[in-house]
Design a protein. Structure first.
Lengths: 63, 504
């Protein structure tokens, strides 16, 4: 696992660019119908769950 | 070569939504009452699903029960093969899902506007954690030098972590962490499994046959969905234990601050960790490589069985693949994964999914800790394949499998062949068929007792009007996989029972 070695202004600019428009080469290197299926599946699951689900997902401490 | 026994315990997260007030505003007492109600539904549904069983113990040799905090828990039977264990852990996931569906069906039948979901993860976004525990049978010699394992255990999250979207303000300046559990540990050894948890849990370490076997209980791992990660987590730990048992563990890098290192690796696995007696630090991958090399040098090919050789090869390839993964912990995105490590490592696959969703989505998609990202994180771990992102990835062929689906189905029913789980499971199944009540108090004791008038009867058994003197069956030897019908005490009990001499 490696991080890109940059310093100062260049790194800040890079971080900002990543945060605003992540391009994730590793994530988009392959394409195909299965990836379209996965994207559609994720969008459907997120839509059905609703935002309140996150707040409601509260657990009691286990072991 | 001495065989090893492995087992895991998985605490699931229950989400019980009643349609009323949001649990976010509840105090601890209200939350506990709510979970009690959800857990009770699960408990009742389990009665219909888990037969044949003897109380909490199942015909496949495992155990299903409700643990602290209303978490349903599945403990696998004792397995002597890593790949058997992978099948059995997933059998527990299937069982849990089946029980949750049964409970949900009941809610629907009764017209109650409630839903019930189950997740295999280890943390919510409110600062609570629940466990994934591992058990290994080790020699007393290994048990006395467990501190030498700590650098390995603190860094194996690089392939065994399941990943977590950070909650803003709780995880420093990183948007994504490698491990779900790392933040919840306060010391190296402890006899408590909550509060200040220790990487190694020291309570209940004895098993029968003192002087021969000890139980090593590791509670620092995440609950894996990836079969490959599950196998590598258990298999590599088993290999390192072999080196320890052979007395060849000395000289490996020891961490100055193991608990800090655990958390540092989770936040940024590329950073250097302080090592005792060394000026230069080591990365998590360098520490893992040191352990891998020691295993290769100490055990070599001649001393390894086929399964261990397979684990060693996967471990070696994994560390090489991980060295080429590029990502930004701060932005929480995957930049490159040329070795397709995501096919085997949960935290990389989840990060890949998050990065895809950021690129595809709109709105707040790219913001660290956004609701969208946290939803994806949670849904990765949903056990229901209709909502589970991991299950969808597997269905689409985006992850590697290391066991056959048929092995998982078989593990749902059959105990492993080479340990005392076989005796336990077969005995439970056989006795349930004969309408004999079996009580299993512990992993190493069973009591066969006749169900009769005045006797307490579990819902699994119908009264059949017979009685026989109860008998205790001891399972002291963890490798005792004898056919239970060959045991004299069991034969005598069956003869008395079948003979009907004590009819009531």
């Amino acid at each position: 696992m490696a991080k890109t070695k940059q310093t100062g202004r260049a790194r800040r600019k890079q971080d900002e660019a990543e945060a605003l428009a992540p391009q994730a080469r590793g994530a988009s290197a392959s394409a195909g119908p299965e990836l379209e299926d996965l994207d559609a599946f994720i969008e459907k699951v997120l839509e059905e769950a609703g935002e309140e689900f996150l707040d409601e997902f509260r657990q009691i401490e286990g072991e | 070569m001495r065989p090893r026994i492995y087992g895991t315990e998985t605490e699931y997260a229950l989400h019980y939504r009643t349609g009323g007030e949001s649990s976010e505003t509840w105090d601890e007492e209200e939350l506990a009452r709510h979970f009690e109600e959800g857990a009770s539904l699960i408990g009742e549904a389990a009665q219909e699903v888990v037969a044949p069983a003897a109380g909490e113990f199942l015909g496949n040799g495992g155990r299903f029960y409700l643990d602290r905090g209303g978490h349903p828990e599945y403990a696998t039977p004792e397995c002597s093969s890593v790949f058997d264990l992978v099948a059995h852990e997933q059998a527990g996931d299937r069982l849990m899902l089946e029980i949750a569906r049964k409970a949900q069906a009941r809610l629907r039948r009764e017209g109650r506007p409630a839903t019930l979901s189950v997740f295999k993860n280890n943390a919510d976004f409110h600062g609570n954690s629940y466990g994934s525990h591992e058990n290994y049978l080790v020699t007393p010699r290994a048990s006395d030098r467990l501190e030498t394992l700590i650098p390995f255990l603190a860094t194996r999250q690089v392939f065994a972590g399941t990943g977590k979207v950070s909650v803003p303000g709780r995880s420093g300046d990183v948007a994504y962490q490698v491990s779900q559990r790392a933040d919840f540990f306060g010391c190296v050894f402890n006899d408590r499994a909550s509060g200040e948890r220790g990487i190694i849990h020291t309570r209940k370490r004895e098993v029968h046959q003192p002087g021969e076997n000890r139980r090593l209980h590791i509670i620092v791992g995440d609950s894996n969905l990836s079969e490959a990660a599950m196998a590598l987590k258990i298999g590599s730990t088993g290999l390192v234990l072999r080196v320890l048992e052979e007395g060849r563990i000395e000289g490996l890098p020891q961490l100055c601050s193991p608990v800090d290192a655990l958390k540092m690796v989770s936040r940024d696995p590329g950073q250097r960790l302080e090592i005792q007696g060394k000026r230069a630090g080591r990365t998590a991958l360098e520490i893992q490589s040191a352990y891998l090399e020691r295993v290769q040098r100490t055990l070599g090919r001649g001393k390894l069985n086929g399964e261990e050789t397979r684990v060693l090869e996967v471990w070696s390839r994994m560390l090489e693949g991980l060295s080429r993964v590029r990502f930004s912990p701060k932005a929480g995105i995957l930049e490159d994964d040329p070795g397709d490590v995501r096919r085997q490592v949960d935290w990389v696959l989840k990060l890949w999914v998050l990065s895809r969703a950021d690129a595809e989505g709109t709105g707040d998609g790219g913001c660290a800790g956004s609701a969208r990202r946290r939803q994806i994180d949670l849904r990765y771990h949903d056990l229901d394949p209709r909502k589970s992102i991991f299950a969808r990835c597997r269905e689409l062929g985006l992850t590697d499998r290391v066991v056959e689906e048929a092995d998982v189905q078989r593990a749902r029913v059959d105990p492993p062949r080479n340990t005392r789980a076989w005796t336990r499971g077969v005995l439970i199944r056989d006795m349930v068929e004969r309408k004999v009540e079996v009580r299993v108090a512990t992993w190493d004791r069973l009591r066969l007792g006749g169900t009769g008038r005045g006797a307490e009867c579990t819902p699994f058994f119908a009264s059949c009007g017979r009685r026989a003197p109860p008998v205790d069956v001891k399972l002291d030897d963890p490798f005792d996989a004898e056919d239970p019908a060959r045991r004299p005490e069991v034969r005598e009990f069956i003869a008395a029972w079948e003979g009907g001499g004590s009819d009531v």
